[in-house]
Design a protein around this ligand. Sequence first.
Ligand code: ADP
Ligand code: MG
Length: 284
Amino acid sequence: MQNTAAIRPCQYKTGKTLGSGTYAVVREATHIETEQKYACKIINKQFIEGREYLVRNEIAVLQRISSRHPNIVTLHDYFETHRNLYLCFDLCTGGELFHRICSKGNYYEADAAALVRTILAAVKYIHDCGIVHRDLKPENLLFQTEADDANIMIADFGLSRIMDEERMTLLTGVCGTAGYMAPEVFRDAGHGKPVDVWAMGVITYFLLAGYTPFDRDTPEAETAAIVAGDVKFEPAEFWANVSPTAREFVQACLTVDPAARPTAAEALQHRWLTAATPHFVPDP
Ligand code: ADP
Ligand code: MG
């Protein structure tokens, strides 16, 4: 893969649209010679004028973690035309975790624990590389195939930043998606790796209950709930089949003080994830 975008004749046939986000549309693309299929993130240069750094950042991040972790989408190719930038990734045909949660209602606890363990291990890997994802949410977690036990992959490093461990330990600036954003992001007190662990807490809550913990009637109320760490395992009927250990894991990830929040490595050692089967003790 080249370091700088090369303008060259198109080697791909684009197909159906897979999804779209803030600056990009993602389409299926087939390499004409090899017939290999990819997911091609197409970014219109017009939309990102003045913000090209966001894309360059995404490419730099992806290049840094291109050692092909099985749970992180690999960037295979990168090129541009006069109008667009094209980034070709592993094609994930199984859709977003978001859609699976919505169609299942919620996950069985053992399945949720297995999924969280896998995602968190990939998060620990990117953290060990000095990278913070900053936009972990079920829309950015994709299944490689349609199979029920398909491999899950972290995608969309568009908002992540390379952490220069020597010069900068804190990041500032508001970004991300409100419902998954950590309290320190709103306090503008800088945010580093702990924001990803917070997001894992929100994702785990969502997997177990089928709804997110900080949904409120207004954005102001939502922010207030996040900043206060106001997590309730309610209504009770949605939590009746969830073990106290699982709730304890969620609560630990949703620790308001980022310094007191477990790191990804520590969260992986939580007994909810180390147990072969979750400790299920029904409520009295
Ligand atoms: P944005 O930065 O605009 O959110 P994403 O990289 O998250 O862009 O892509 C937007 C959507 O496109 C994703 O939520 C997903 O539905 C789809 N998508 C992204 N990457 C892939 C991929 N590798 N395989 C299949 N679908 C993808
Ligand atoms: Mg996205």
